[in-house]
Structure formats: C-alpha cells, structure tokens
Design a protein around this ligand. Sequence first.
Ligand code: NAD
Length: 246
Amino acid sequence: MLKGKVAIITGGTRGIGYETSKLFAQNGAQVILFGSREETVNKALEELKKDNISNVEGYYPNLNNYEEIENLFTSIKEKYGHIDILINNAGISASKPIEDTSLDEFNRIMNINVNAMFCTTKAIIPFMKENNGGCILNTSSMVSLYGQPSGVGYPASKFAVNGFTKSLARELGKYNIRVNAVAPGITNTDMVSNLPKEVIEPLIRTIPLGRIGEPIDVANAFLYLASDMANYVTGTILSVDGAARS
Ligand code: NAD
C-alpha cells in the first residue's frame, strides 16, 4: 500500500510507533524512525532485522531543535529523493493532580507532545510542497475528546494536537498535503504497562469491544490514512478506541 513512499515516524522505537514502522516497511515504504536515544534506536532496528525487515533506518534527533530537524530532513531528502509521509507520534503522558504538577513537568509534556510536532511539521512542509503533496499524521488520544480525571497536561496537549491537525489540513490543502490524526484509546504499550490491574480491569469493562487496543490496531489506521485509499481524507481525527468513553 505504500510502495515507493518515504516515511518518517517519530517515537518509532517501541509501542505504537514501532508497530507502525514495521507495518509501513512491510507495505513497501522506506521508513526512517526517530527515537530519543542511540541504544533504543539500534535495538528497534535489530528487532526489525530479526523479522527480515531492512528498509528502515533510524536517528535520534532533538525534536525540539528546529535546525537539527531541518538539516536531518535535508539529508534524508538527498538520500531518498523525496519525503512523502511524516508521523508525529513521539509522546509522553501524565497522571498527577494539577496541584502536584510543576510548571516544568507541564512544559515537558507540551515540549514533546506539541512543540516537537510544530518543529517537525514546519520543517517537512517545503519538502512536501516541492513534491507536490504529502501526508502528515499525528498521534492524538481518546483523552483529546473527553479529558481525563488527573494529569491535565496530557489531554491539554492532545486537544492541541487536534487543533493543529484540523487547522493545518485547511492551510495546506492547496498544496495537496493531507493532515490527519489517529486518536487511540488505551493501547497495550509501555505507556500503560505500569498501570495496576485494579485500574486497567474496570477500564476494560467500559470498552464495548471488551479489550484494550493493540499497537497494530493503531498502525492499521495510520496505514489507511497514509495510503492512496485516503486521498480525499484530510482534517479528520480517527478514533481507534473500541468505542471507549472515559
Ligand atoms: P511508548 O512510551 O511505548 O512510546 C513513546 C515513544 O515516544 C518512544 O519511541 C519514545 O522514544 C518516544 N519519545 C518519548 N519522549 C521523547 C522525546 N523527548 N524525544 C524523542 N522521542 C521521545 O508509548 P506509546 O503508547 O507507543 O505512545 C505513542 C503515542 O501514542 C504517544 O503520542 C501517546 O501519547 C499516544 N497514545 C498512546 C496511548 C496508549 O494507551 N498507549 C493512547 C492514546 C495515545
């Protein structure tokens, strides 16, 4: 479904980003995954090699450093000739009550979940314009629709992801650049593996499909949105949450 496409995926070393990198590579894309550290990037590439997937390479840029990102995108474009897809997936969550949250902690969430998305997106646009089109995908969350009872920085950041997605879809449509987001419900990754059974089990009971999501469920939604099957889809926030309503 992605033969000949070049895709950059942030937060590609584990969880949703890893599964999406793998699925995109299996569907013919050249994938460039980004992680936060050399060790985790190498580990992800080794895992993929074990599955005979070699059309993936990895980097670990500072996603908040616009110049570093711009230079890296320039070298990727020089190597592959074009960049077609960007997935802004790297993210961190929060669960503490606001009174126990420092401004630094709040800023940390905004820096990775929102400001990094701004840097990578702004930097990719010239390459996509030059290419007469492209596809930008963002990882939002179910909490961008309903909020959450504690850890306000996380839903605040994901509401921002939705606003960014919908607005840029309108701004960039004239360049044939589509901008969409996927809003996963609770998904089986490191982000939720620390939650105790007493928290997870009652949550599962509220999900009509009777289970939490798997990374592949989200990766499949990204694959559809990145493919030519979604050529007329832009500005949408696609829920992949088993109809959970938190
Ligand atoms: P994860 O913790 O397994 O993966 C997070 C990824 O983000 C990792 O690859 C990590 O290297 C990267 N990352 C984190 N901080 C970074 C930084 N400062 N610089 C560069 N990279 C950084 O989590 P996941 O569940 O796979 O999360 C991926 C996305 O999905 C996030 O945006 C998250 O908010 C969203 N999401 C997750 C769930 C869930 O239940 N797991 C639900 C809704 C949305």
